[in-house]
Design a protein around this ligand. Sequence first.
Ligand code: TYD
Length: 169
Amino acid sequence: MAIEQLLILIKPDGIKKSLTGNILTKLSEAKMIIIGAKVVKVSRELAEKHYFHLKDKPFFAELAEYIQGKIYGAPWDRVLALVYQGEDAIARMRKIAGATNPEEADPVSIRGAYGRITTKGIYENVVHCSSDPAEAEREIKLWFKPEEIVNKIYPTKKVKQENEETVWE
Ligand code: TYD
């Protein structure tokens, strides 16, 4: 079996419901290692790029607002982004996360236990979990810089930056 990595997001509903600890505990049952982690205030651009494959769906605009936490506002308008690595990681973590629709998800999975469907029909399913290795690579590269991942997982290159950058004083 292959060593894989994947992106997990604890979405704003998971943050607001104070489920971060419960979710991390459930995910830890798979005995994967965390190779990247950070809190992100999701911009509209990032939200739309992340859900690019659903751009033609009628619920796309609301989905982009959901991942940005707009419906909740501060201080819940953020996600915890994690990169996990391990053997057969994607299938194993998706099993723990449960089916996309929280109503259909196994009741002991994260989405089955904690998710809901809003009156507008959006699946507030608490976590995002990459679906396959190609999607995982696209998503990890979208959410993380190479130096934010402690293991070298994809090839990198050096580029000269001329942009202004904020650094610690
Ligand atoms: P998708 O990428 O199909 O599923 P997954 O997150 O399991 O990989 O969908 C992305 C998100 O869009 C999903 O987590 C919840 C939301 N969604 C809805 O709100 N309604 C829907 O009918 C679908 C398919 C997804």
